[in-house]
Design a protein around this ligand. Structure first.
Ligand code: UT7
Length: 391
């Protein structure tokens, strides 16, 4: 990105993008053998025909890291150049450490900070907003934003009201600072916590810690009031689009493409009607992916770019809603300068870097284990371990 701009204001430009999905596809007809549903109902009520489902080795972090590698290749940026990694997810690898830290280690991004954000299906829009503001404030220059989910691992496979909807996958974007106007122009973020019970995973947090009972009662799985979420979604999608367009000083006529959260085709059609826009301005790929929560917008945008549906200097609105309740939108000008693809030696070097990162991580963990064995019984200077005989 050029730094020879026309002012002192900094802009956050998208310069790389990538996706990753699990190998296994689960079709509607396979689902119909698991719960009381059928292909016709799912297609008519949601628009979904199939979804990708992770196996035991495919996790939120592995999918996120694969998408990130593709995005870094397209941007032609080394993991060492990353200042920050943000992962939007509601299916993190663990409560902590963050999925972002695990991906940072997998990439060998030695100079990057890393954290997850939790805003359910709106997570990617929230993460994009945080990343672009860090770049605009000049505290960061290169930020990796990932939306990654393995919802299949928290779905109640006996609940036909939810299990037909969700799928797994990841999408990643690299953002870089420049003085050239464009890129992520503005975002609006909203929340209404009074709707927190409409879409949630009740147990496993501090309100209802994990117990035998919570596992027996499936309280670690997604619970949703579908009709209420549907009503909320159709209202806020159009509002968020209008708000972000006006915050950017544009009108709806200036918008070329809308990339909505891929939850239900009927919700997207209702938003199109509410905004009086033709449906072909909306990217819809939920028929093949289902609802991948925070991953749905980056996956849909990557696919639209690879299919040529997004053209240079198009104005895009990315708009999402989800648990929280949360909703929001970002306005992005697609002014990407394509980098030459990584070829031959450079691709080989990049692969070698990732192998070195894996080895470095293994060596560090080994060294820590040895250190622990040697120093294990001794407290660090000035810190005395608590004594059991104290009262
Ligand atoms: O990322 C955000 C996450 N969530 C969403 O965006 C979901 C928003 N909500 C929706 O997309 C829709 O409300 C659903 C797709 C979840 C449900 O569609 P609906 O048209 O709102 O159906 P409904 O809940 O009103 O249920 C209609 C009927 C019910 O039967 P009865 O009570 O009328 O006899 C359901 O039991 O459809 C039944 N039903 C099903 N039938 C076959 C519910 N799920 C299924 C199913 N297969 N999978």
């Amino acid at each position: 990105m050029s730094n020879a701009g026309n002012g002192s204001r900094r802009y956050a430009h998208i310069c790389g993008w990538g996706t990753s999905v699990p190998k296994r596809i689960l079709s509607n007809s396979e689902l119909a053998q698991m719960v009381d549903t059928d292909d016709k109902w799912i297609v008519e009520r949601t628009g979904i025909s199939q979804r990708f489902i992770a196996n035991a080795e495919e996790t939120t972090a592995t999918l996120g890291a694969d998408a990130a590698r593709e995005a870094l290749d397209i941007a032609n940026i080394s993991p060492d150049d990353l200042d920050l990694i943000i992962v939007a997810t509601c299916t993190p690898e663990h409560h902590f450490p963050s999925t972002a830290s695990i991906i940072q280690d997998a990439l060998g991004a030695r100079n990057a900070g890393a954290f997850d954000i939790s805003a359910a299906c709106t997570g990617f829009v929230y993460a994009l907003s945080i990343a672009s503001q860090a770049i605009q404030a000049a505290t960061m220059n290169t930020v990796l934003v990932i939306g990654a989910e393995t919802l299949s691992k928290i779905v109640n496979w006996d609940d036909r009201g939810t299990c037909v909807l969700f799928g797994d996958g990841a999408g990643a974007f690299v953002l870089q600072g420049s003085y050239d106007p464009g890129g992520v122009r503005t975002s609006v973020l909203r929340s209404d916590g009074s709707g927190r019970d409409l879409l949630k995973v009740p147990a496993g947090g501090s309100a209802i810690p994990a117990s035998y009972d919570t596992i027996r009662d499936n309280l670690h799985c997604i619970q949703m009031n579908g009709r209420e979420v549907f009503r909320f979604a159709t209202r806020v999608m159009a509002d968020a689009c209008r708000d972000v367009v006006s915050a950017a000083g544009l009108t709806m006529e200036d918008i070329d493409v809308i990339v909505p959260h891929q939850a239900n085709k009927r919700i997207i059609e209702a938003a199109a009607r509410g905004l009086r826009l033709p449906i072909d301005k909306f990217i819809v790929n939920l028929d093949r992916y289902g609802n991948t929560s925070a991953a749905s917008i980056p996956i849909a945008l990557c696919e639209a770019v690879s299919e040529g549906r997004v053209r240079p200097n198009d104005n895009l609105v990315l708009v999402a809603f989800g648990g929280g309740l949360t909703w929001g939108a970002s306005l992005v000008t697609w002014d990407v300068t394509p980098q030459p693809p990584l070829t031959g030696l450079r691709r080989f070097r990049r692969q070698a870097l990732y192998r070195v990162a894996r080895m470095r991580s293994a060596v560090r963990r080994g060294a820590r284990a040895i250190e622990g064995t040697i120093w294990g019984s001794q407290a660090p200077d000035g810190m005395e371990p608590p004594r059991r005989d104290r009262t």
